[in-house]
Design a protein around this ligand. Structure first.
Ligand SMILES: [Zn+2]
Length: 98
């Protein structure tokens, strides 16, 4: 392979080689964001010892990388699917049971 060769594209699901410019695949982009709603508090929350909970939270955070922490609140994915794989996937993108 020399530097003039185009990058080899493959379907993320079935590994079929894909050729750009032929309408033979889809670029799928997914963005997942943790619940952006304001937190909801109830009576029990006001009885909690926040100093202990903050210490426990900091202990957990110290074991995670910056990337792990970011992944917990925001993920972006992009992948290619050939047309047959796309047509199967788009009918049930969450994988939910019918
Ligand atoms: Zn495929």
């Amino acid at each position: 392979m020399n530097n003039a060769d185009p990058p080899r594209l493959r379907c993320e699901h079935c590994s079929r080689p894909l050729q750009a410019g032929r309408g033979a695949f889809y670029l799928v982009r997914i963005e997942a964001v943790a619940d952006p709603s304001p937190p909801v508090f109830d009576e029990e929350d006001f009885d909690r010892d926040f100093a202990i909970e903050i210490d426990q939270l900091l202990d957990r955070v110290r074991t995670l990388s910056e990337q792990d922490l970011e992944d917990q609140v925001h993920r972006q994915l992009a992948f290619l699917l050939c047309v047959p794989c796309y047509n199967r996937w788009i009918k049930n993108p969450t994988g939910a049971n019918p």
